[in-house]
Design a protein around this ligand. Structure first.
Ligand SMILES: [Fe+2]
Length: 264
């Protein structure tokens, strides 16, 4: 999983933010980053191998290719969110357990279109643990139709409930319209328990996780590899991670990532 926000941040995301996209201009020199956005919109992702682990370079390159449309995180106080797996954390991105399939900032009216994930340190049991999975929209919709018979229209009209303590439930369809295009909005970890007749009355979370598990691209990132995911036309998650205790520095070593979300 990428730098998924904590539940409190997700609640904050429900409030439209007028200052989410900010312009950034950096002076650091850098070589051109070649990104095939047509491929990312079609396949859900692109991996740029050997990008390196310089976060200034990352922010500069993504600012350049996006025309400065980087998403600023008030919670983090930065465009770059650097995070690592911890023995215990309430933040979803820092937990060692496998994440659920999701899109980032799904409760915002305009979620960022792309999520960049840079591997700073692989999992201690790399490459078996700490992988990333991506499910492209077209394969997801096609498979749901084949298995359950649900159509794109069904996915645009059937609301999926999300419940939060002390808050009214929020119902969000899996497919939503944004600027004339269908985009995914989904988060199986945050989804309310329940069944839908359209999904053969199976528990919805389990049904979606099973379908995604069947068709997901299973990605391995080495140190310095940059993964760019479509946040509109793909679901993503992080597989289980591990920790190892380093007695020389008296702390745990684990997977460490940096993420920037952006538009074009
Ligand atoms: Fe994420």
């Amino acid at each position: 999983m990428c730098g998924c926000p904590s539940i409190p941040e997700l609640m904050h995301d429900q409030i439209p933010e007028t200052n989410v996209v900010a312009l950034v201009k950096k002076s650091a020199p850098a070589g051109p980053l070649r990104v095939d956005f047509s491929k990312i919109r079609r396949d859900g992702f692109q991996i740029i191998r050997g990008f390196g682990t310089d976060l200034v370079h990352l922010e500069y390159e993504l600012s350049s290719i996006s025309g400065g449309k980087l998403f600023y995180s008030d919670r983090i106080g930065s465009f770059v969110h650097q995070f690592r797996v911890l023995p215990y954390s309430e933040n979803l991105s820092e937990q060692p357990t496998c994440g659920g399939y999701h899109t980032d900032f799904m409760f915002q009216a305009r979620p960022p279109e792309f999520v960049a994930l840079l591997c700073l340190h692989p999992d201690p049991r790399h490459p078996l643990f700490g992988r990333n999975q991506v499910v492209p929209l077209h394969a997801f919709v096609e498979r749901l139709n084949t298995i359950f018979g649900v159509s794109e229209t069904d996915l645009m009209t059937i609301g999926v409930d999300y419940t939060f303590t002390g808050k009214l439930p929020i119902s969000v369809p899996i497919l939503n319209q944004l600027d004339g295009k269908s985009i995914l909005k989904l988060h199986t970890t945050l989804m309310a328990d329940g069944k839908l007749s359209a999904f053969d009355n199976l528990p919805l979370k389990a049904a979606i996780e099973a379908v995604c598990g069947e068709i997901a691209e299973n990605l391995v990132l080495d140190r310095g590899d940059l993964l760019i995911i479509s946040n509109h036309s793909a679901l993503h998650r992080r597989s289980e991670c591990t920790l190892t205790f380093d007695s020389t520095c008296n702390s745990f070593r684990s997977r460490e990532m940096a993420t920037i979300r952006f538009d074009l």
